[in-house]
Design a protein around this ligand. Structure first.
Ligand SMILES: CC(C)(COP(=O)(O)OP(=O)(O)OC[C@H]1O[C@@H](n2cnc3c(N)ncnc32)[C@H](O)[C@@H]1OP(=O)(O)O)[C@@H](O)C(=O)NCCC(=O)NCCS
Length: 185
């Protein structure tokens, strides 16, 4: 056998290419992304497809979400291609201020690990800026991708509770919580 060659009968392991993931500030192009994400499949766990007026209202609001440590709305880029959105914002939980987070990846890119990678990047971004200890996520119990992200990133499942989303619609949501403080050594 030649040194460095693969022995006969041993399959060569092909490692899938890992995309370079970046989080970009929200800008005017965000409206196109909101439209691309506004499909029945994508909005299955988020209250369904939204009107153009609602998307425009979101776009106006998201353009103001550039407040690190408080509220940030970001676009997810994988190898330079925009593949989704991710955000965090301040909320109140059990009488104390906290963060809430949410994420979306375009259907063509589901299942590639991009949701986990984007959420990890978001938490790494927030951790040094955070002025609150906990970040919460509230996926519906039947949303495997979103619950999968929480589980993979070490969120703790606290239970299920009725939550209002979208406005006026109450349904059961999982309550996931992550402690942003570094673990004690
Ligand atoms: C939720 C969402 C962002 C996940 O993005 P994604 O890039 O497909 O997620 P990932 O590929 O990083 O997978 C995350 C985890 O969930 C699991 N998962 C993803 N889709 C799954 C599915 N359909 N069934 C079972 N498990 C699934 C993955 O296996 C992975 O866990 P693992 O690494 O332990 O295997 C994406 O499905 C989405 O945009 N959904 C519509 C919008 C939405 O519901 N957002 C959440 C609001 S709370």
């Amino acid at each position: 056998m030649v040194a460095g060659s693969i022995p006969a009968g041993v399959a060569k392991f092909e490692r899938p290419a890992i995309p370079i993931l970046t989080l970009l500030p929200w800008d005017d192009a965000g409206l196109g992304l909101l439209r691309a994400m506004n499909t029945p499949e994508q909005k299955q766990h988020l209250g369904g497809v939204e009107t153009e007026a609602k998307l425009a209202e979101r776009q106006g609001r998201y353009l103001t979400y550039h407040r690190p440590g408080e509220t940030e709305m970001l676009r997810i880029a994988a190898d330079g291609e925009i593949v989704g959105s991710i955000c965090y914002w301040e909320t109140e939980r059990d009488g104390a201020p906290a963060y809430e987070t949410g994420w979306e990846v375009l259907p063509a890119h589901h299942g590639r690990g991009l949701g986990v990678a984007a959420a990890r990047a978001l938490l790494d971004r927030l951790r040094p800026l955070a002025r609150h200890r906990y970040v919460f996520a509230f996926p519906t119990p039947d949303n495997p991708g979103s619950n999968g992200i929480c589980r993979k990133l070490g969120f703790e499942l606290l239970g299920v509770e009725d939550t209002e989303y979208p406005a006026g619609v109450w349904s059961p949501h999982n309550v996931w919580r992550l402690d942003l403080r570094p673990a004690a050594i």
